[in-house]
Write a protein that binds this ligand. Structure first.
Ligand SMILES: O=C(O)CCC(=O)C(=O)O
Length: 208
């Protein structure tokens, strides 16, 4: 599958990736994306976390904050995060997702990529708190504001399929069903001069 299947503005396209995995992309989900991003960056407590791999600690190459309903505790990269409160801007986007996706998200991870040097390594959102049937059935709504960055999905089993999307400027990507079982995703570094990008991944967290 090529990225250009998703390239037209104003489109709302769903793609069946087989074996119960699917993607939906909605261009223009957040119409005033520059103003919305500026307001969110001002209200979110974005900070640089650290990641420990093989007893070495590194700063993560992006700023993050985790938000959600009380009790929406999320563990990833071997660290546990208690939710910060919903901010007005995040709550407005969460409520808009209720309408467009038809699901109530109770947690949101904000990732702020300051420049092309910031990135996200390959991973799947497959933690057990993401649903009773994770990773076979996980719903993630990912809203991207600001500069478009490459978002790469890599199939983990069978054919080595790669799907490349350009996420930013207020578009919405919904990953559903078995996407987190069958694909990993990443935002690679780029040498291109790119402006900042804010990504908001809304998740449904259950108590374990
Ligand atoms: O910035 C993005 O589009 C990816 C974010 C992501 O992979 C995540 O939050 O798990």
């Amino acid at each position: 599958m090529q990225g250009d299947l998703f390239d037209a503005l104003g489109r709302d396209v769903t793609r069946d990736l087989g074996d119960g995995a699917w993607l939906r992309i909605v261009e223009g989900f957040v119409p005033e994306d520059a103003a919305t991003m500026a307001a969110l960056v001002a209200e979110l407590p974005l900070r640089q976390e650290t990641l420990t791999i093989a007893q070495q600690t590194w700063p993560t190459p992006r700023l993050t904050s985790w938000h959600g309903d009380p009790g929406a505790t999320y563990t990833y990269s071997r660290r546990t995060f208690e939710p910060e409160a919903w901010t007005p801007g995040l709550a407005a986007i969460r409520d808009a997702l209720d309408e467009v996706v038809g699901a109530r998200f109770n947690g949101c991870l904000a990732n702020y990529y300051r420049s092309g040097d910031d990135s996200m390594g390959a991973h799947a959102d497959d933690e057990p708190e993401l649903g009773p049937n994770a990773p076979h059935d996980v719903l993630i709504a990912s809203v991207s504001l600001g500069a478009r960055r490459r978002f790469v999905l890599q199939r983990q089993r069978g054919a080595r399929e790669r799907i490349v999307l350009e996420l930013g400027e207020g578009n919405l990507l919904v990953m559903g069903g078995a996407t987190q079982r069958d694909f990993r995703h990443l935002v690679p570094r780029t040498k291109r001069v790119v402006g900042p990008r804010l990504n908001l991944t809304f998740r449904i967290i259950r108590a374990l």
